[in-house]
Design a protein around this ligand. Structure first.
Ligand code: ATP
Length: 303
């Protein structure tokens, strides 16, 4: 089990400001409230439940695939979603869906974690691989083209692989563990690149409703620090290592910048998401058109 102790400010021997009964053991990153462990679990789970209900993410009887990488976000998502499904009787059929990119020393290890999660949470697992779908592993691609733009290519392949896996599972929707920090970062990056088409899409909680399988992000408002804290206190089994190929330095700077802002003002993450949502695109702005690949017919990227 990978356990990364979350950096947290110790709550100072006070009572929990929510229940006023138990001793506070942590300072909640999103609000800086001093709370006990039980109240943290409750507010963390209730906020996600509210997001699901308010945004009508699911309908009873739907089959839902959880994009499961074995990392902290998707592991917590699988755990919390199966808890909420039981507790609030959503009536969902949940599945784990993993993409094996073929990255030795990274995805092979994280897939072992997902296989354990399959048993721990009682959720059926489907694995689709780049090798089977495209005839190439990422290791083979990198060997051929070198360490260049690997994340960009891998992202395009993964998107399609998740759609194909979701089609095999015959699910109605795919959920991913993208969290509030990820979305704030993407807003900032799209502004820095002047990419208005992606800026208008990246804050949507559900995307691809006109495509083969809609995707949703139930963690749109969930802070990364709280996900790590939840996984740590609940002792969830997840894998915590970065991909071995080309860390995205530009995104890394955006990430650090947002972390600095969060340190001064925790609300900064939610404010950036709100700003992204409130940008209006003038009707006279020419938008890029979504194309389809001439060879396979799948939606093509704008890159
Ligand atoms: N190989 C994969 N197989 C299935 N789903 C994936 C895979 N990689 C990413 N995802 C989905 O996309 C989300 C965002 O992926 P990203 O690579 O940004 O990882 P992350 O923020 O580190 O998330 P995690 O902690 O879940 O790995 C994940 O939470 C997961 O739902």
């Amino acid at each position: 089990m990978a356990e990364v102790e979350p950096k947290q400010k110790k709550a100072s021997g006070r009572q929990c400001c929510i229940c006023n009964q138990r001793r506070a053991v942590l300072k909640r990153p999103k609000t800086l409230e001093q709370i006990c462990r039980e109240c943290f679990y409750a507010v963390f789970e209730d906020e996600i439940h509210r997001v699901i209900v308010d945004n009508q993410l699911f309908k009873p009887g739907e089959r839902i695939a959880i994009g499961a990488s074995g990392g902290k976000d998707s592991t917590v998502l699988a755990y919390v979603l199966s808890e909420l499904n039981r507790r609030h009787k959503y009536g969902l059929d949940l599945f784990l869906l993993s993409v094996d990119e073929g990255i030795t020393g990274y995805r092979d290890d994280s897939l072992e974690t997902v296989k354990r999660n399959e048993i721990q949470y009682g959720l059926p697992l489907k694995v689709v691989s780049y090798k089977d779908l495209y005839g190439w592993t990422m290791d083979e691609i990198v060997k051929m083209i070198g360490l260049k733009n690997n994340c960009t290519f891998c992202g395009v392949f993964r998107r399609q692989a998740l759609d194909r896996g979701a089609a095999l599972l015959k699910v109605d929707k795919l959920v991913t563990g993208h969290n509030a920090d990820d979305i704030a970062e993407t807003v900032l990056l799209n502004i820095l690149r002047g990419d208005i088409a992606r800026l208008s899409r990246c804050t949507s909680i559900t995307t691809g409703e006109d495509g083969p399988i809609p995707r949703c992000k139930p963690f749109k408002y969930t802070y990364e620090k709280e996900i790590v804290m939840y996984a740590y206190f609940k002792r969830l089994d997840y894998f915590s290592t970065e991909c071995i190929y080309s860390p995205n330095a530009y995104r890394g700077f955006a990430r650090e910048f947002i972390k600095d802002l969060e340190r001064i003002r925790p609300r900064a993450i939610l404010d950036i998401i709100k700003s992204g949502e409130d940008f209006r695109i003038s009707t006279s702005t020419k938008m890029p058109e979504q194309g389809t690949c001439e060879r396979c017919g799948y939606i093509s990227s704008q890159i």
